[in-house]
Design a protein around this ligand. Structure first.
Ligand SMILES: [Zn+2]
Ligand SMILES: [Zn+2]
Ligand SMILES: [Zn+2]
Length: 732
């Protein structure tokens, strides 16, 4: 017998192995260990067959069948294969995304060892000598896992597990028998720890619609910030749990905050399983197994959680569905929101996409009647909608991006004892360093981009390839030593604010200031204390966190995305502005949102402040339709990158021509390019791209099939690394 397996390799094909006579026939979805070149790989059985395209003497026997029962149930197995085909990604690599790391490595699909370790009651590191570093570290790890942790998981977190015995001898640690069944796994009554909030009007209508749904029903829940979307999610989940089923909630990367989790955990008596980046591989596998067994009833996670199996699926929710982090941007470029729709349809369950600023794709689907649109246009409780204002800064003197009028407003709000938030989507001190003498700018040698200046500590940093260098003393073009910062980043704004408001804490929130997790938590403590303070930061501020005491939100440069080369630029700008604005004035504090702009008459800004997101979206949709751009067309981009300029473009050109020689271009398919990418050089490589636009998906996929066949056969392909992006979300 021949076992046909999908292996995690970059090749678009399956691999055949001989089944040793002694082995039973494995079912599709079981893992096998096989020889591959001089390595061993773990793959999944796709089928067992009598025949192979290769002669028998070329086939190797497989080494081991790892599962007696399939690790993937047929539904997830098929979803993975469907996604591989849809995103034109090698099936073996795509399927490996469906498995937790330990299963990819060939570990048993079983719960953690029966033996777990925990700190004994009252154990504290103070009882260890201060020089016993490794023992203290190990005990600290144990204290962080009060419900117990396996030795494997401890090791994965860097614990020296050979010292467990020593700790046990000192009565500081103990092992115990682990029971994998979580509390309240089959609860369908008395589900709540705290009562649901009362809902009225639009909220009640939305819930009625969701409760009435049976089977696959997609909802687009459009709800302005503060309108109570989360309460809708919670009550929809409650009904799912009452029916004995499981709910899967996807949130953006930055949205999985203790605040979000806290809200879910406070409401329900069943455990809420979070798939966040701090989990060890072991904890991740355990959660996956609980979900597969049906004992994890609520699962919350970021993008990859869409592949969590569920025994009794009941509901899928995608919160902030417009968020770009749902699309994987390298390797297997799937979109978790789109897969949520496919999965819900296959599992025949309702799916809720929620956002205050839905993606135009989703609104388009609602317009076509594919999604049921539910609207929450009012803030819950007595909270008021913030007041928007455009602050025309033409001919206004600015101090590090701050106009006099804005500074006056900040004084006013701080004086009332509330908090202020300033948004600027550029980190660093200044986005470029320019020569006063010749006007030359310091560029990254590996990218078509300026180096960002940082003051603390002083250095230059390329935000595209991560290259860091000292600040040069002299201009490399003319030798002048008069180099000065040009433009404003968050560090510079922070500096200026410090001068204007010496007595008020200034909290900078960006990727640089929060690279240590404790730093962000510390800042959030200041914010939540409610004392007057000024937050200044990048789009990290726009997501996840709620700031009930912020009454003034200012966007320092509302024009940044207005003239983007990307046709999605306007949509992203509108979303960002409204998401940032949504942080202001909740509960009993009315809010004020100020947008500093040089283009106060710009129609998009006018629509956003004068009306709402749906009006903006309608306008933007008209432009997209006229230009035959998504969502009125389907896009795919073939990208190439190579070490020499021109190679990638040549490769894509040849690819396009040879595909055309083989297959006729399907009707309604347009090939644009190849042309150099908007940032041609990045990380030392030269990049080019070929855009394929199609009126229908079958036509698009037919053409992509032809392109991939040519690309895999093309010997030039070796000096050009190429990737394919179906439904790209940006054109970089
Ligand atoms: Zn110069
Ligand atoms: Zn930086
Ligand atoms: Zn660079």
């Amino acid at each position: 017998m021949i076992v046909r397996a999908a292996l995690p390799t970059p090749l678009h094909r399956l691999f055949d192995y001989l089944l040793p006579l002694s082995e039973p026939e494995p079912q599709p979805g079981c893992r096998v260990r096989v020889p591959f070149g001089n390595r061993e790989l773990v793959g999944l059985v796709i089928e067992v067959s009598e025949t192979s395209d290769l002669p028998r003497n070329k086939l190797k026997p497989l080494l081991e069948i790892l599962d007696r029962k399939p690790v993937l149930d047929p539904g997830m197995f098929k979803l993975g294969q469907w996604a591989a085909r849809y995103y034109q990604h090698p099936v073996g690599d795509a399927l490996s995304h469906l498995l937790p790391v330990l299963l990819r490595q060939g570990k048993a699909a079983e719960f953690a060892h029966a033996e777990l370790w925990r700190a004994t009651e009252g154990a504290s590191v103070d009882r260890l000598s201060s020089s016993a570093h490794r023992q203290r570290e190990l005990l600290e790890l144990l204290l962080q896992h009060p419900t117990g942790i396996s030795a494997d998981a401890l090791r994965a977190e860097g614990g020296q597990t050979q010292l467990l015995k020593t700790l046990a001898e000192k009565s500081l640690a103990e092992s115990f028998e682990h029971r994998p069944t979580p509390l309240h796994a089959d609860l369908t009554e008395d589900l709540l720890n705290e009562p649901a909030l009362p809902v009225h009007g639009e909220q009640a209508a939305a819930l009625d619609a969701i409760h009435a749904a049976s089977g696959f029903t997609p909802f687009l829940l459009y709800g302005v910030t503060g309108s109570g979307k989360t309460e809708i999610y919670l009550q929809a989940i409650e009904k799912t749990l009452a029916a004995g089923k499981q709910a899967l909630v996807l949130v953006p990367e930055i949205g999985l905050t203790p605040q979000t989790l806290g809200r879910f955990r406070a409401r329900f008596r069943v455990p809420v399983h979070a798939l966040h980046s701090n989990l060890s591989d072991r904890e991740r596998l355990d959660t996956w197994l609980h979900a597969r067994a049906g004992s994890a009833r609520i699962i919350i996670g970021t993008r990859s959680a869409i592949f969590t199996p569920m025994k009794t699926p009941g509901l899928i929710i995608v919160d902030e569905e417009h968020d770009g982090s749902f699309k994987q941007q390298d390797g297997f470029r799937y979109h978790a929101r789109d897969l949520a729709l496919v999965r819900a349809s296959r599992e025949n369950v309702p799916v809720i996409l929620g956002s205050a600023t839905p993606a135009l794709e989703s609104l388009h689907n609602a317009t076509l009647g594919r999604y049921q649109l539910l609207k929450l246009t009012r803030r819950a409780g007595n909270a008021q909608t913030p007041r928007f204002e455009l602050l025309d800064i033409r001919q206004q003197p600015l101090d590090a991006g701050l106009s006099d009028e804005l500074i006056r407003r900040i004084h006013q709000h701080l004086g009332c004892g509330t908090q202020v938030m300033l948004f600027l989507n550029r980190r660093g001190f200044s986005p470029s360093l320019i020569c006063n003498n010749c006007g030359g700018v310091v560029d990254c040698t590996r990218c078509d981009a300026h180096m960002t200046l940082h003051r603390n500590p002083p250095h230059l940093h390329c935000h595209h390839c991560d290259r860091q260098t000292p600040i040069p003393r002299a201009c490399s073009h003319c030798g002048s030593t008069e180099l000065k910062p040009l433009g404003i980043g968050t560090e510079r704004a922070e500096d200026a604010l410090q001068k204007h408001f010496p007595d008020v804490p200034i909290l900078r929130v960006d990727r640089d200031s929060t690279s240590r997790k404790s730093a962000l938590e510390k800042m959030m403590r200041v914010v939540h204390s409610g004392e007057p303070c000024i937050l200044v930061g990048t789009q990290m501020l726009a997501k996840g966190h709620h700031f009930p005491k912020v009454t003034l939100v200012a966007i320092l440069d509302a024009d940044a995305g207005l003239f983007s080369a990307d046709f999605r630029g306007m949509e992203k700008t509108a979303q960002l502005i409204l998401q940032v604005a949504g942080r202001a004035g909740r509960a009993d504090h009315p809010g004020e949102v100020v947008l500093q702009t040089l283009h106060a008459e710009h129609p998009m800004l006018q629509t956003l402040i004068g009306s709402d997101y749906l009006h903006f979206a309608r306008q933007e949709m008209g432009l997209r339709q006229a230009a035959a751009l998504p969502p009125f067309a389907h896009h795919a981009i073939v990208r190439g990158e190579a070490s020499r300029q021109g190679w990638a473009e040549q490769f894509l050109q040849a690819l396009n021509e040879s595909a055309r020689a083989q297959v006729q271009l399907p009707e309604g398919v347009q090939v644009i390019g190849p042309f150099p990418s908007p940032m041609e050089k990045r990380g030392g490589l030269f990049r080019a791209q070929l855009l394929i636009s199609a009126r229908s998906r079958p036509a698009l996929h037919a053409w992509l099939d032809a392109l991939i066949r040519q690309a895999e056969a093309d010997p030039q392909g070796r000096r050009v690394r190429w990737t394919l992006d179906v439904d790209p979300i940006d054109n970089y």
